[in-house]
Design a protein. Structure first.
Length: 112
């Protein structure tokens, strides 16, 4: 009977979900989350969002919106979100990405 009580006691403990955040410079941090949590709030709570710097957040080859929930993107425990620095817009170059070949074509802006 005591063994059964112990099993029920530990069965009712909620499973803690964690996700890996891979930051700039290969810094990886493991944070806890719930499916209904908003991604941006969890990152702020863990001090991974800086207000004065702009970063892009990538999950499975998609840039994610921080106002969405973890369940929206179907993020599972031990998945990884990558934090990428947002590139500044180049003033004199236009980058065209050709999706079929994967090549980057650079075209100089003409001065008139």
């Amino acid at each position: 009977m005591k063994e059964l009580e112990e099993l029920c006691k530990y069965k009712n403990i909620k499973e803690i979900k964690t996700i890996n955040i891979k930051n700039v410079g290969n810094f990886t941090k493991k944070i806890e989350y719930e499916d209904c949590d908003i991604i941006g709030e969890v990152l702020r709570r863990n001090e991974l969002i800086k207000e004065n710097k702009s970063f892009l957040y990538q999950f499975k080859k998609k840039i994610i919106d921080l106002k969405k929930t973890f369940s929206y993107y179907k993020i599972k425990p031990n998945d990884t979100i990558y934090v990428l620095p947002e590139p500044p817009p180049p003033p004199f170059l236009i980058y065209l990405f050709h999706q079929l070949s994967g090549k980057v074509h650079v075209r100089k802006k003409m001065n008139k």
